[in-house]
Design a protein around this ligand. Structure first.
Ligand code: KIV
Ligand code: NA
Length: 269
């Protein structure tokens, strides 16, 4: 299987000639990437790794070093999906030049195909700057978690008319700037429809209804690693239960001296 390309993803617009919904999941490690790769079109090394892997309170504290290390692992663990790495907070907002330095570092150090960054109209000149210099970009509008300190939480966006209009304007600006796809997060269904109709690139929804051109979830959320997940997550597994039950059985065996057994023990010949 040859690795998919950014232009191939760009063409996957519902209503387009051969459109088929884009399947995207997050991945942070090589082994996780190996397991997800064949089933996905895009693997996103999301800055959600701040909470999921590092136990941080939000993605605001995630660093470029973290993204580079996990991005490289995911590229090593995959050969089919397009790998996109999130630009962390503080690595791109100051200027297009800052964004280019950070994004080019991610491409060089990880081998990823492109980057994702949060923000709408304000980030459009930056998106254009990157794309014109050879760095594919996915935009991210609606609920933008890096802005949690401004938004005051993770509530769905676009419930007022003004907010809804702004989300559409943001997406249109990113599309015009050359983003090859746009993630829409945490918006009511009519906005997802409006955005998806208003832009020429595919939209990828998370908590944004089935009306987008693709879907993304945080893998650990859909696997049931966490007790509490947003309403928009469908849990396909309950692996937290599996893991803690295994740890419980292991602990019982060690305490009873029934592990290791004969099969797990080396003996002289
Ligand atoms: O960081 C992340 O995992 C994301 C996706 C949820 C879109 O940005
Ligand atoms: Na993210």
């Amino acid at each position: 299987m040859k690795r998919l390309t950014v232009p191939a993803i760009r063409k996957r617009k519902v209503g387009g000639a051969t459109a088929e919904p884009i399947v995207m999941l997050t991945a942070y490690t090589a082994r996780q990437a190996q397991l997800l790769d064949a089933h996905c079109d895009v693997l996103l090394v999301g800055d959600s790794l701040g909470q999921v892997i590092y136990g941080l309170p939000s993605s605001v504290q995630v660093t470029l070093d973290m993204m580079a290390a996990h991005g490289a692992a995911v590229v090593r663990g995959s050969y089919h999906s397009v790998v996109i790495v999130d630009m962390p907070f503080g690595s791109y907002e100051a200027s297009p030049q800052q964004a280019f330095e950070s994004a080019s570092r991610l491409l060089k150090e990880t081998g990823c195909a492109g980057v994702k960054l949060e923000g709408g109209e304000a980030m459009a000149p930056t998106v254009e700057f990157l794309v014109k210099r050879g760095i594919p970009v996915i935009g991210h509008v609606g609920l933008t978690p890096q802005a949690v300190n401004v938004l005051g939480g993770y509530n769905a966006r676009g419930r007022s008319h003004a907010e809804a209009q702004k989300i559409v304007t943001d997406a249109v600006a990113l599309d015009a700037a050359g983003a090859f796809a746009i993630v829409i997060e945490g918006v009511v269904e009519p906005i997802a429809i409006d955005v998806t109709k208003a832009v020429t690139c595919p939209t990828i929804g998370i908590g944004a209804s089935a009306q987008c051109d693709g879907q993304v979830l945080v893998t650990e959320d859909m696997l049931g690693m966490f007790e509490r997940v947003p309403r928009f997550v469908r849990r396909y597994e309950e692996i937290a239960d599996t893991i803690s039950a295994a740890a419980e059985r292991y602990a019982t065996d060690v305490r009873a001296r029934t592990f290791p057994g004969i099969e797990q023990t080396y003996q002289p010949k």
